[in-house]
Design a protein around this ligand. Structure first.
Ligand code: UDP
Ligand code: MN
Length: 566
């Protein structure tokens, strides 16, 4: 019998084998579920959390009655879509599969998130915070600093504190910090307050109407850990203000600005082997959502605290970063949704000048500070485009100017010419396209265009240089066209005798273009086809006449000449 297995032992073996097979099967099922339903699991996880969010409905039910116009987005919808929802995956697949992120240990990469808000709807603010906390690895999320910038909903911050302390009671590593400005300080000062209060290694500045997408942090940390002087932006997805639909942002755009210091999206050229999802340098941030080492931000003296309320701060930080040894990158594998509102949802406190809108006056004030602090001789370009900025008073003390100079010395900041050459050739190209610009003065009067009495045509006259809408001109280097901002060009009527000046749309057609071509000879403007000079023989009248050297009536001065006058 030695070769035989007793019957009861055979039974036992069969039971063991069966158990083993069943266990393997169950294990396989669990694994399969995990893999195949990763997306769905996520959804369940989110909803489970939502279920546990004690009192969030109660919290939003205290939102004061306000209209869509007040918030500039669909408030009813915001109140109903839930505190968290699953978002479409907008980043490229390779961000999940191909890349491994080199993350620093969490003890060296504590992240402080600063969110300041003014008059944000409760549901919107809560969705921003909850999507952030749910989709950020616990180990890295060190603190949340939430600053209410004197919102009308006065009990919001206290209610929020109560709710969040309950919600995140088990998150022992997460510090929650709530502040309220009793007087409106604006976004710039509020964010600086947050940065100063922060204790983490990195700062993330986030708007209060965002939804953070899955795994947003890793791609940013990966870049920041490699380079201490880098600042990064996620790629901003769009949340539609009316439908709240979340859609993919464009990774072929970078941030930039024009000579009026207005933000613009610029097209990004991909090099031969560059994949669109790779991190890429950008002359400016894509809006105000950015992440940077706290130490580095403080060394750069935070957002310039002379700027007021809102506007220009991220352009100022961008210029400062690039010129003083830093860089900016947009990281498409990191996605955060943001509501781009059609217009400001808030008022601007009154400024110095009661004539222009307060938003306009604040913008001019802030832009003037940027121009004065960083643009060197190129600041004239800004003043030519925004002449009203010259009248705006700045209250910088001598000490402020010294501090700025000291920082430039300490950090060995480059001059603005360097930024044009290395960071924003687009801005440089715009500068190079022009040989002169701004108001065009003859004696004490300026060349001005206006509609004729019949309103069917445009005419050119001489008028007081102090009119607020006095025409600004551009003399284009290549074509010699003398153009207004609305693309009307000064030309001469074909075959007219005596030659008649015209204001017509700037032409791209070669023969018509010739009639609009002017040459600069000293301070004269010589019409290329007729070889006659622009002249003002009688008060207010413009004609073409044979050129006479040193004639005051033929001398026209632009506010800004790029070329030396011969
Ligand atoms: N904000 C603020 N105080 C202000 C103006 C704005 O705290 O005086 C907040 C605002 O609620 C938002 C952030 O600053 O969270 C950025 O403002 P906004 O979204 O209007 O800027 P945009 O996204 O249009 O650049
Ligand atoms: Mn915003």
């Amino acid at each position: 019998m030695s070769g035989c297995i007793p019957h009861h032992r055979l039974q036992l073996c069969t039971i063991f084998a069966l158990c083993f097979v069943v266990c393997q099967f169950v294990l396989l099922l669990i694994l399969l579920q995990r893999e195949t339903f990763k997306g769905r699991l996520l959804l369940y996880r989110d909803h489970a959390k939502e279920g546990r969010m004690l009192g969030w409905r109660e919290f939003i039910s205290h939102t004061p009655e306000q209209s869509t116009a007040f918030y500039q987005y669909n408030i009813q919808l915001s109140d109903t879509v839930g505190a968290i929802r699953s978002l479409p995956r907008t980043r490229h697949e390779s961000c999940d599969s191909l890349r491994t992120y080199n993350l620093p240990h969490s003890s060296r990469a504590k992240v402080s998130v600063v969110i300041c808000f003014h008059n944000e709807a409760r549901s919107m603010l809560l969705r921003t915070i909850i999507s952030l906390v749910s989709r950020t690895p616990e180990d890295y999320l060190h603190e949340l600093i939430i600053i209410d910038d004197a919102s009308r909903d006065v009990s919001l911050i206290e209610d929020l504190k109560e709710l969040m302390v309950k919600m995140y009671a088990t998150r022992s590593r997460l510090t929650l910090c709530f502040m309220r400005n009793h007087e409106r300080q604006g976004l710039i000062w509020s964010r600086n307050m947050g940065a100063e209060a922060a204790t983490g290694h990195y700062l993330l500045f986030l708007d209060s109407h965002c939804e953070v997408n899955e795994a947003w942090l890793e791609p940013l940390l990966d870049r920041l850990a490699m380079n201490a002087t880098l600042a990064v932006s996620p790629l901003l997805d769009h949340i539609d203000p009316t439908t709240l639909k979340y859609s993919k942002g464009n990774e072929l755009l970078k941030g930039g600005f024009d000579w009026s210091l207005h933000f613009h999206w610029l097209k990004r050229e991909l090099s031969a082997k560059e994949a669109p999802e790779q991190p890429y340098p950008s002359p400016a941030f894509s809006g105000g959502i950015l992440m940077i080492s706290r130490d580095w931000f403080l060394k750069l003296r935070c957002f310039n605290s002379h700027l007021k309320i809102w506007g220009g701060e991220s352009i100022e930080l961008a210029i400062k970063l690039w010129l003083c040894g830093g860089q900016i990158e947009i990281v498409p594998c990191s996605r955060i949704g943001h509501i781009f509102r059609p217009r400001h949802a808030f008022d601007f406190p009154p400024q110095f000048d009661h004539e222009s809108s307060t938003a306009q006056a604040t913008y001019l004030h802030n832009s003037k500070i940027i121009a004065e602090s960083w643009l060197d001789e190129y600041k004239n370009m800004f003043y030519v485009l925004k002449p009203a900025a010259r009248q705006i008073p700045l209250f910088n003390t001598v000490q402020d100017v010294d501090l700025n100079r000291q920082m430039k010395l300490e950090l060995r900041c480059q001059r603005f010419e360097w930024y044009l050459r290395h960071v924003s050739p687009e801005l440089k190209a715009h500068f190079n396209e022009l040989s002169a610009m701004g108001t065009l003065k003859n004696g004490y009067r300026c060349l001005h265009t206006r509609r004729t009495d019949s309103l069917s045509k445009w005419e050119v006259i001489l008028d007081s240089c102090y009119h607020s809408d006095i025409t600004e001109w551009r003399l284009l280097r290549e074509s010699g066209q003398l153009s207004t901002a609305t693309e009307r060009c000064l030309g001469v009527e074909k075959n007219s005798k005596p030659p008649l000046l015209t204001m017509k749309p700037c032409s791209k057609h070669s023969t018509k273009m010739k009639a609009q071509r002017w040459l600069r000879r000293g301070t004269q403007l010589v019409h290329n086809e007729t070889h006659l000079c622009l002249d003002n023989p009688l008060k207010n009248q413009l004609v073409l006449s044979p050129c006479r050297s040193l004639s005051a009536s033929q001398s026209f001065q632009f506010a800004l000449e790029m070329d030396k006058q011969t």
